[in-house]
Design a protein around this ligand. Structure first.
Ligand SMILES: Nc1ncnc2c1ncn2[C@@H]1O[C@H](COP(=O)(O)OP(=O)(O)O)[C@@H](O)[C@H]1O
Ligand SMILES: [Mg+2]
Length: 224
């Protein structure tokens, strides 16, 4: 599914002042393609990712996912697009602490109304795919940072999203573990033909993706 951003700007209001974090962002990402976004802390990377994922609205401009302009959707329609087409992975996994690894992976299907038996079966397959088949009954607090992030990726992928958004997914991990997470993301992208946007500080990791963009002074440009 094609992602198209046109003239996206975002202002935050601080008292009477508007601070523009994003100014006229334009890009397209075709189905199954990958791109990295690098940029210093505070450059607006998370703001952009939240807009792409329908978690925040731009001040102006439009985000199209396939035929749909996100701005035209009501809350229910947006929630459905998010659940059916978009996966999100955060820097800090955001796993639910009171649920096991397996249950965390199954959660988006349970939210969709899939039966517990089917959801858990599908989650088990994802646990195998991320090579954590012996960790299903562990709680997040019993897992390493890299393991938690793999669980978070499986949770984001279980709905077979067309678009996977990962906001500094390795920002909290050592280099070797970061490499493993990237290999996993790129493998899934190729196998499932998922479009992939990854935000990172690490240019070496960014180079593993098809295109590299930098966000600077609110503007997005291709890395030279
Ligand atoms: N809800 C908000 N209200 C006001 N300012 C915000 C809000 N969210 C982010 N910002 C500001 O927008 C800028 C970009 O933030 P962010 O998108 O989180 O950057 P990055 O992810 O690149 O570190 C920062 O200066 C931040 O303080
Ligand atoms: Mg951020």
């Amino acid at each position: 599914m094609h992602l198209k951003c046109q003239h996206i700007s975002k202002a935050y209001h601080d008292g009477g002042d508007s601070i523009y974090v994003l100014q006229d962002i334009n890009f397209e990402l075709a189905a199954g393609q990958s791109m990295a976004i690098v940029g210093s802390s505070g450059s607006g990377k998370s703001t952009l990712m939240h807009i792409l994922g329908g978690l925040a609205s731009p001040t102006s401009g439009s985000v199209n996912i396939g035929e749909k302009n996100l701005a035209d959707l009501n809350d229910d329609e947006l929630a459905r697009i998010r659940n059916q087409h978009i996966g999100f992975v955060y820097q800090f996994h955001h796993l639910l602490p009171e649920f096991t690894a397996l249950e965390n992976i199954a959660m988006p299907l349970l939210i969709r109304g899939v039966s517990r038996k089917d959801a858990m079966q599908e989650a088990q397959q994802w646990l195998d795919r991320i090579q954590l088949d012996n960790r299903g009954e562990h709680f997040p607090s019993q897992l390493s940072g890299g393991e938690r992030q793999r669980i978070a990726i499986a949770r984001a992928m279980i709905t077979k999203p067309d678009l996977l958004l990962a906001d500094e997914p390795t920002g909290n991990l050592d280099d070797a573990t970061g490499q493993i997470i990237y290999e996993l993301l790129l493998n899934l992208q190729r196998t499932h033909h998922t479009a992939l946007v990854i935000v990172t500080h690490d240019m070496n990791l960014a180079k593993k993706l098809e295109r590299q963009f930098v966000l600077h002074h609110g503007q997005l440009s291709l890395c030279p």
